[in-house]
Design a protein around this ligand. Structure first.
Ligand SMILES: [Fe+2]
Length: 565
């Protein structure tokens, strides 16, 4: 059976499962080149079918999610969605109606789905499916949080666990707790959309003049530079209470902005960020504690946009009595297409293989011939490297910045060794150069390391054998390694490592082993291969174009190594 999952909202995308195997998953932004694309994922659908070598007629079921009133209006009037997208991404100035639109944007999603909104959503979706040649497939509309939860439970590999979802809003809810056992999810608690921790952090992001739904990680990073505020003096903590797996907010999400603004003016920005970050961590940890207690399982799987917050995840991982924490790598709405495909496959009695590969390489790849053709078009010589990992390790050791393009593109927000920018992890000047000439990130946002698991054991104070293959969790760097990791550690000594098995097959594992042979530690700075404001590169042409536009020293693309010197 072929099941196609789609998501047609913020960070739209598609995922395809055939005969119990996840074959492809990609997000629309990588194909349209508009970051966090919002439109119907027609390019992703075509891409998934092509990667699986299937045609639209082969698809039996198309699964989408979310049938609340706000989502249905967005499906019916895509122009409204586009206008908000352009204002949010600072591509268009807000007009005189924008304040009313903004208020509606937070107010309408607090109404849950109705039979009418769900029916109208299905009609709107079928229009897109017809355009994609999928009119013969059976369309099904699933619950937003069930899709987040299914993805987390499935990918965790746990036979049974508690599952917690926390996001902005979806189908009238902002968080859920479920128990997962025997391949079945059972919802046991939920929080209303009006009580949303995600909307709270969205407002905070916006008030700090950052882009909501995109820059929340910057708020978390800025918080590191604050003088800590004691919990009893933090005016944001009392906004929320958590009881029996349910979050309640003193003020509804749609009415929260003026209250937060009235607090912000009394504090420097970094202090405000700290207090908000502390609130997110606290509420998330208390919800996780409730989930463990209510399900009586010692393991927990997490998904939803709020759980992109690596420090909140760390708090959960350090809770007493928790034996295992898994965060779904594409935890935000960008991962809903995969969640929908999985939930629909389960509903049809399919058992889906849980071994989907650590590097999440579920997107397009390109043959050596295709890459060579791209290099020729870019007027670059297509000379094969004699030992690519060793040569790149040498370049990194000599303080060079290397663009790394290998294999299938990663699914999800992190670069995991398929489309990465690499550098030495100890050189802060190199880090600053990388920021200045390529990434144009804010100065307080740290880069991340990739490291071999055997090194993680000594570098990370609280490693305790935990894996972090998808960079979803923060760890403390032991003080004796702070210098060796100076370019990838935040001011509070925390890093977000990509931990790679010492026996990992493929070029990236070889590279880390070659770096270890030269420098004693198999660690590199690894950041996503894109330039400021653009999605991760997908094709060889895009990689070559960025190489030509920037000051990177080398491009390791497929079997070819291109250097400037
Ligand atoms: Fe969500």
């Amino acid at each position: 059976m072929v099941v196609l999952g789609i998501w047609d909202g913020h960070d739209a995308g598609a995922a395809l499962i055939a005969d119990g195997r996840l074959l492809a998953a990609v997000n629309e932004e990588r194909l349209t080149r508009r970051k966090l694309e919002i439109h119907f994922p027609e390019h992703s659908i075509r891409c998934c079918l092509s990667l699986a070598k299937l045609s639209p007629a082969d698809v039996a079921v198309v699964a989408a999610c979310t049938g609340d009133i706000a989502k249905t209006l967005a499906r019916r009037f895509p122009g409204l969605k586009e206008r908000y997208y352009r204002i949010r991404r600072r591509k268009a100035a807000p007009g005189y109606l924008s304040q009313i639109q903004k208020s509606a944007k937070y107010w309408i999603p607090e109404w849950g789905p109705t039979p009418a909104s769900r029916a109208l959503s299905v009609i709107a979706l079928q229009r897109g499916l017809r355009r994609a040649g999928l009119s013969s497939a059976r369309a099904t509309l699933l619950n937003h949080h069930d899709c987040h939860a299914t993805a987390a439970a499935w990918a965790s590999g746990f036979p049974s666990c508690a599952v917690v979802t926390i996001d902005g809003v979806g189908d009238g809810l902002s968080s859920t707790i479920s128990s997962y056992a025997n391949g079945r999810l059972t919802r046991i608690a939920q929080s209303a959309a009006r009580d949303s921790l995600g909307i709270f952090f969205e407002h905070v992001t916006n008030l700090l003049n950052m882009r909501e739904l995109e820059d929340e990680g910057k708020v978390m990073a800025l918080a590191d530079y604050a003088n800590p505020v004691a919990d009893d003096l933090n005016p944001l903590l009392p906004f929320f209470t958590v009881r029996d797996g349910r979050v309640t907010s003193k003020i509804a999400g749609h009415a929260m902005l003026p209250h937060l603004r009235s607090i912000l003016w009394r504090y420097p920005s970094e202090q405000f960020a700290y207090m908000a970050q502390r609130t997110v961590e606290d509420v998330a940890a208390r919800l996780a504690e409730d989930a463990l207690r209510l399900t009586a399982f010692p393991r927990i799987a997490l998904a939803g946009g709020v759980l992109s917050n690596i420090k909140a995840n760390r708090r959960i991982a350090l809770l007493p009595n928790v034996e295992g924490v898994y965060v779904f790598p594409h935890m935000g709405d960008g991962g809903l297409a995969l969640g929908a495909a999985l939930a629909a496959a389960w509903a049809n009695g399919e058992v889906v293989d849980r071994n989907f590969g650590g590097d999440l390489g579920l997107g397009p790849d390109y043959s050596d011939c295709q890459i060579a053709d791209s290099l020729k078009r870019g007027a670059l010589s297509a000379e094969r490297a004699h030992d690519l990992p060793s040569q790149v390790a040498d370049l990194l050791t000599r303080n060079q910045i290397v663009f790394w393009f290998q294999g299938r593109m990663e699914y999800g927000p992190r670069a995991l060794g398929c489309r990465s920018v690499l550098a030495r992890p100890d050189n802060t000047e190199l880090r600053d150069r990388l920021n200045r000439v390529l990434k144009q990130r804010v100065w307080y946002q740290p880069f991340c390391p990739s490291m071999l698991a055997s090194d993680a054991g000594q570098i990370l104070e609280d490693h305790a054998g935990r894996s972090n293959a998808s960079m979803t969790m923060a760890f403390a760097v032991a003080s004796r390694f702070r210098e060796a990791l100076a370019g990838v550690t935040s001011i509070d000594g925390i890093c977000r490592p990509h931990i790679v098995s010492d026996n990992a097959p493929g070029a990236f594992g070889d590279l880390l082993r070659a770096v270890k042979a030269r420098r004693g530690l198999g660690v590199v700075l690894n950041t996503s291969f894109n330039i400021h404001g653009e999605p991760l590169v997908c094709t060889p042409d895009q990689a070559i174009e960025i190489y030509r536009r920037t000051e990177a020293d080398a491009l390791a693309i497929g079997p070819f190594l291109i250097t400037r010197y």
